[in-house]
Design a protein around this ligand. Structure first.
Ligand code: 1CP
Length: 351
């Protein structure tokens, strides 16, 4: 347990301050890969668990107990707020979010009403209060999160998961006005959710734009960057570090930083040294171990963890995966990686 008056290690690292060792947590650390999650899941669907504060808090805390990570991330999904406003989204086992009545026209936008967390989903604040009551005394922060407008739009337009987001991109190109209106509604929902999460005690926020890598630079700049810049501006006064993450974004990293985010999540396809050259120094980097490494033998894991640490900047790095923990990951592996990261970086002196 560290000095409780100081900001948590993760928060200090995200601010780019010199730290005693590199903090480590894993995207999708809760949920699918943990037997204790599968046990809780017997009590209800994913969305039902999100509406039951005791269960959602328990599942959020499971990876902190088991792996010893330096942060918890709220157990939720990017579509939870859409469910809460009654949009009509289902999370299908083995598939992901599915929308029976997709968005195709301006008239459909009316179905995306504002999200008022304390009324639409009282469990959100309650869950966070329970988590923070347990983690606060340990000096471990909670990360709040939301889905980014483009990635959420892809589910709403396609009707479910898709590889190339072709209908979404077709709408973007054919009717930019409709597309921007859709992104702006989704941005308002994300902002409302994140502001409540921080108000309830989250100390970091992350915006998941998982599928943004399918856009070209030009498309990102024209159709997404203005909305994302406004989104991050609306979060600025919260005073917490704000991270942006997407998969396959090697060609977009400088533009992701242009949104105003404080930290950019890096996937495994790009070396952190190359990422550092593209992302301005005011932003910290988070990443970027290939999640598949977690399925490999211990010796390979050690080599690959070392490779990421050797490529990382001395300051302003948070160790993470390049995308989420895979469901088939052996449950003891994330904890072993936490120990390796600690061992390899603890020697850093603050002198
Ligand atoms: O019912 C279940 O248990 C199904 C599996 C599951 C779980 C546990 C889904 C369906 N979502 C979640 C929770 C979830 N989703 C969390 C918290 C728990 C965790 O750490 O695993 C988080 C952070 C998310 C975020 C999320 N959902 C993202 C962004 C991060 C990422 O992985 O890229 C995305 C894109 C989703 C959509 C989603 N929800 C579920 C699935 C299988 C998917 C992806 C579907 C697809 O490939 O498009």
């Amino acid at each position: 347990m560290g000095d409780l008056s100081a900001a948590p290690l993760l928060v200090r690292a995200l601010r780019g301050e010199p730290v005693e060792r590199t903090p480590v947590w894993f995207m999708r650390q809760a949920g699918r890969s943990l037997p204790e999650y599968k046990e809780v899941r017997k009590q209800g669907s994913l969305l039902e668990i999100c509406h039951r504060p005791e269960l959602a808090a328990e599942v959020t805390l499971q990876p902190v107990r088991r792996h010893g990570v330096d942060a918890a991330i709220l157990f939720s999904d990017i579509v939870t707020p859409l469910d809460a406003i009654g949009f009509g989204v289902e999370v299908k086992a083995g598939v992901g979010p599915v929308v029976a009545d997709p968005i195709r026209s301006h008239a459909d936008l009316a179905r995306l009403r504002d999200f008022e967390p304390d009324e639409d989903m009282p469990a959100l604040r309650k869950t966070i209060e329970l988590i923070v009551a347990e983690l606060g005394p340990q000096g471990i922060p909670l990360i709040g999160f939301a889905g980014a407008p483009f990635t959420l739009a892809s589910y709403l337009v396609e009707g479910g998961p898709s590889k190339q987001q072709s209908l979404t991109k077709a709408m973007m190109l054919a009717d930019p006005e409709l597309f921007e209106a859709l992104l702006r509604r989704l941005s308002a929902i994300a902002v409302a959710s994140l502001r409540t999460q921080v108000d309830a005690g989250a100390q970091v926020v992350q915006v998941f734009d998982s599928w943004i890598g399918t856009l070209s630079r030009d498309q990102y700049r024209r159709f997404v960057l203005p909305v994302m810049t406004d989104l991050f501006t609306e979060l600025k006064d919260l005073g917490v570090p704000r991270t942006i993450f997407g998969v396959g974004t090697g060609h977009l990293l400088d533009l992701l930083a242009e949104t105003g985010a404080d930290c950019v999540g890096i996937d495994w396809r790009i070396d952190l040294r190359d990422a550092r050259a593209l992302v301005p120094d005011r932003c910290t980097l988070q990443g970027n171990l290939d999640p598949s490494v977690m399925l490999a033998p211990q010796s390979v894991i050690e080599t690959e963890v070392r490779r990421v640490l050797d490529s990382a900047p001395d300051q302003g790095h948070v160790f993470n995966l390049g995308h989420g923990v895979l469901p088939e990951t052996p449950p003891e592996v994330p904890g072993e990686i936490v120990r390796l990261v600690r061992e390899h970086t603890a020697k850093k002196s603050l002198a």
